[in-house]
Design a binder for this molecule. Structure first.
Ligand SMILES: CC(C)(COP(=O)(O)OP(=O)(O)OC[C@H]1O[C@@H](n2cnc3c(N)ncnc32)[C@H](O)[C@@H]1OP(=O)(O)O)[C@@H](O)C(=O)NCCC(=O)NCCS
Length: 184
């Protein structure tokens, strides 16, 4: 997979899952809904395929620099024909360098080689990712089929004090009357 994409100096694409701490940090720092470490562990364990990008700063001569996880993307799938692309995220300070593109290229290449013909490959596209997904061939499914979610149940499942990311926060405030959440 390394040969498939070219990354700027210091970056490395790795196939597999990062640890739950890095996963949770990357989600929250890139503006996705924060998750607990326990949720992160379960999410990673249930992943069908994942890749992530590390960055190692240039050696400054004084100390050995360690690699940081700065980007990721994963596929949740049944291995047969249902696949959901999720957690496409790059830390803000590493965006616009082609990392998101490299992650999508790697993920789709894996699907091309491993998923059977007729596989149903979907994602929910938050605004920051839409151009990236379109560049990789994704199109809107509406009106033939529209994405639906049960926000009220999800809201109840949040841990006390757990914040919503900007996109989900926006959806909740637009879509839901708080009284309807309490009622479920
Ligand atoms: C969506 C996301 C993953 C894209 O990551 P990224 O690493 O910035 O993606 P890329 O660098 O491949 O592409 C982003 C843009 O930078 C441009 N770009 C790529 N390399 C570049 C470079 N060296 N110099 C300048 N621009 C560059 C691309 O052409 C692209 O431009 P466009 O937006 O006008 O089409 C990132 O914005 C993100 O993490 N957002 C927050 C989390 C999120 O909402 N994720 C989507 C969930 S559905």
């Amino acid at each position: 997979m390394q040969d498939l994409v070219r990354l700027p100096a210091g970056y490395r694409l790795v196939e597999g899952t990062p640890d739950a701490v890095a996963y949770c940090h990357l989600r929250a720092a890139s503006g996705l809904t924060p998750k607990t470490e326990e949720q992160g562990r379960l999410a990673l364990a249930g992943t069908w395929y994942m890749c992530y990008v590390t960055y190692t700063p240039p050696d400054d001569g004084n100390k050995e620099q360690s690699a940081e996880v700065v980007g990721m993307g994963r596929i949740i799938g049944d291995g047969g024909w249902y696949f959901l692309i999720a957690d496409i995220a790059v830390l803000p300070e590493h965006q616009r360098r082609g990392l998101g593109d490299a992650i999508m290229t790697t993920i789709l290449s894996h699907l091309r080689s491993r998923a059977s013909p007729g596989a149903w490959i979907t994602l929910m596209a938050d605004p920051p990712g839409r151009r990236l997904y379109q560049r990789h061939g994704f199109t809107e499914t509406a009106p033939a089929s529209i994405g639906m979610a049960i926000f009220a149940l999800m809201r109840r499942a949040l841990n006390p004090g757990q914040a919503l990311g900007p996109v989900m926060g926006n959806i909740y405030s637009r879509v839901l009357d708080p009284r309807s959440i309490a009622a479920i």
